[in-house]
Ligand binder design. Structure first.
Ligand code: SF4
Length: 231
C-alpha cells in the first residue's frame, strides 16, 4: 500500500465535516471515466507520501480537523488499510471510506471493529451494465451485491453515488438502479467532468435539467437523491 496524495483540508469529501483526504494508489476496476487514471494505472509515477508524514500531519491537526477520508484508487485492496485506520482512529478522528464495494469482507470487518464512521460506495451503473461501466468485462457482481446488501442493512452511515456519463448511462439504467438500491439512505448523482486526467477522455455530462429527470425517477424509491458537481 502506498499513499500518493493528501488533501490537507476539504469541506466536500466528508459530508458535514472538516476533513483531510488520503489517496491510495491502485484499483481493480478500470472505469473509463475515472478521474484518477494515473493513480490507478501507474501509481508509482506519482510521488509516495510516507505514512509517518501523514500521521505526523494528522497528529498536528488534532482538534482542528473532524475526520479523515480514505480514498483512492481502491483502499480496500490493501491489508495495511486496517492498521493505518487504527492509527488514525487513535488520534480521535472520524474516518470515512470511499470504496467500489468489491471487498465486502473488508468493509464488514472495518465496521465491526468500529474503525469506520461513514462509507461512500460507488454504484457504477445498473446491474445489467455494471461490468461495462467498471471497465472489467468479466466482473463478478456477487461481491458488489454483498456490499450493497450489507450497507442497506444499516450497520454504518453510508451513501451510494454514481458518476453520470452521458455516453454510458441511460434513463433505463436509473430505473434499474432505483429498483436495486431502493430505500437506501442517500444516493448522489455526480455529474461527469471531462479532463485530460480521465482514463478515456472525451465523454460528456448530462445537463442539470436532464439529471433532474433522473433524480425525480429515482425519488420514487429513494427518499434522498441529490445532484452534485453541476450548476
Ligand atoms: S473510478 Fe474508482 S473504481 Fe473506477 S477505476 Fe477509478 S478509482 Fe477505480
Amino acid at each position: 500500500m502506498s499513499i500518493h496524495g493528501l488533501n490537507k483540508l476539504t469541506l466536500l469529501d466528508f459530508p458535514g465535516k472538516v476533513a483531510a483526504t488520503i489517496f491510495l494508489g491502485g484499483c481493480n476496476f478500470r472505469c473509463p471515466f475515472c478521474q484518477n487514471s494515473e493513480l490507478v494505472l501507474d501509481p508509482y509515477s506519482q510521488p509516495v507520501i510516507p505514512t509517518e508524514d501523514i500521521l505526523a500531519y494528522l497528529k498536528k491537526r488534532q482538534g482542528l480537523l473532524d475526520g479523515v477520508c480514505i480514498s483512492g484508487g481502491e483502499p480496500t485492496l490493501y491489508n495495511e488499510l486496517i492498521p493505518l485506520i487504527r492509527q488514525i482512529k487513535e488520534f480521535g478522528y472520524l474516518v470515512k471510506l470511499d470504496t467500489n464495494g468489491f471487498r465486502p469482507a473488508v468493509v464488514k470487518n472495518l465496521v465491526e471493529e468500529g474503525l469506520i464512521d461513514m462509507i461512500a460506495m460507488d454504484i457504477k451503473s445498473s446491474p445489467e451494465h455494471y461490468a461495462l461501466v467498471a471497465g472489467v468485462p468479466t466482473l463478478d457482481l456477487v461481491p458488489i451485491q454483498q456490499t450493497v446488501t450489507y450497507l442497506l442493512e444499516g450497520h454504518v452511515p453510508y451513501e451510494f453515488r454514481t458518476t453520470v456519463v452521458k455516453e454510458l448511462h441511460s434513463e433505463e439504467d436509473f430505473r434499474s438502479i432505483g429498483q436495486w438500491i431502493g430505500g437506501c439512505s442517500a444516493y448522489y448523482l455526480q455529474a461527469y467532468k471531462d479532463s485530460p486526467e480521465v482514463m478515456k477522455p472525451g465523454f460528456s455530462s448530462y445537463t442539470r435539467a436532464e439529471l433532474e429527470i433522473f433524480r425525480q425517477l429515482l425519488s420514487e424509491t429513494i427518499p434522498k437523491v441529490e445532484i452534485r458537481g453541476i450548476d
